[in-house]
Design a protein around this ligand. Structure first.
Ligand code: SF4
Length: 352
């Protein structure tokens, strides 16, 4: 049982059975003060006063996509494909600004095959061998495997040979198929997402874990999602972090029926993730692009210990009041403004 909330987290233990796990966490959700104090105590126990960030750049190599996700704000009109030269140019700019990671994600372009995805990795890896390549969601891995008629495991091995360092655990949205049917009916289902993530972990490819929340899902759906992530982590240990992604209602179909979670709900969700995933997933990331800078900084008092990356571009969806980039200095100021110690990290949570 989650027996006590105190200034230390010494008394916190977790029940073994999922039902009890869900029941306890659901009760905690109704008590924000208790939830907050517990999450903050667990953050401190896990990470001390350190809050991390990474200097990275997102490169969205194409926006062509056959997907039909109802929450997507990624532009489908005027399709583009970045050339190899443009990708290298952006990587070189990122390197000059101190980036240690390039994050590559794109739409599901119907003519892109496994070899095209490998070529992008090889291109960057050839000229920037020390740059960590964090690339391709489970949905993209499935897409390239199907387009090329190869097994997911073989595709992952090829990507790794081409320089893949880790994968974003995006496309998870909410890992409850009934919810997925409503918001992204053509996307891979829960079982497939889990299978691809675990295959990556088995091959030594770490991934992040994510949750898109604040649309049509219930608190039970959120808890079910967290339970799945916890189980995977207990088995593989391959998740580097959990990234909370509040749904942004601007410029997408889902925004017509769902307005997105309010600030209290968003902050509570970071706290709930910290408590639910403790002690298996140490790093809980607040996304400044989605929450906005000040709210992301506030989440550092609600269980989060990481502010993600500088990004330099982010094409998928962001808070419309936010610029597409933030500097390392600005991230450090936000962190220090909350009385924490700012540390630049690598993708895999080593000190940069
Ligand atoms: S979320 Fe990704 S897969 Fe879905 S429509 Fe948008 S770009 Fe395509």
């Amino acid at each position: 049982m989650i027996s006590e909330v105190s200034d230390t987290a010494e008394t916190v233990t977790f029940p073994a059975k999922p039902y009890s796990y869900q029941g306890e966490l659901k009760k905690l959700w109704q008590q924000p003060l208790r939830l907050f104090r517990l999450a903050n105590a667990l953050r401190e126990k896990s990470c001390g006063d350190v809050v991390s960030f990474v200097i990275n750049r997102n490169i969205n190599f194409t926006n062509e996509c056959t997907g039909t996700c109802k929450f997507c704000s990624f532009k489908h009109n005027s399709i583009y494909f970045l050339t190899g030269e443009q990708i290298l140019q952006r990587t070189a700019e990122a390197e000059r600004l101190g980036a240690t990671e390039i994050c590559l994600q794109g739409g599901l372009a119907p003519k892109m095959h496994l070899e095209d995805y490998c070529q992008i990795l090889e291109l960057i890896h050839r000229d920037f061998p020390r740059m960590h390549l964090h690339a391709y969601s489970p949905m993209e891995v499935l897409h390239m495997s199907q387009n090329s008629g190869v097994e997911v495991n073989d595709a992952l091995q090829e990507l790794k040979k081409s320089g893949l360092g880790s994968m974003p655990g995006t496309a998870a949205e909410i890992l409850v198929d009934i919810v997925r049917q409503k918001i992204c009916p053509n996307k891979l289902n829960t079982q497939k997402w889990r299978q691809i993530i675990m295959a990556a972990h088995d091959l030594g490819i770490p991934t992040t874990s994510t949750m898109l929340f604040g649309h049509v899902e219930s608190i039970d759906d959120r808890l079910c999602h967290l339970q799945i992530l916890k189980e995977i982590q207990q088995e593989t240990g391959g998740f580097t972090e959990m990234v909370l992604l509040p749904f942004i209602a601007d410029n997408n179909m889902l925004g017509k029926i769902a307005k997105g979670a309010d600030l209290l709900d968003r902050l509570k969700m970071h706290a709930l993730a910290r408590v639910a995933l403790y002690p298996n997933i140490t790093n809980i990331q607040a996304s400044w692009t989605k929450l906005g800078r000040e709210s992301a900084a506030a989440a550092l008092d609600w269980g989060a210990n990481d502010l993600g990356g500088t990004l330099m571009d982010e094409g998928i969806a962001r808070n419309s009041r936010e610029a597409p980039s933030i500097s390392a200095e600005e991230l450090s100021e936000l962190i220090e403004g909350r009385g924490k110690r700012a540390v630049q990290r690598t993708t895999l949570y080593e000190r940069a």
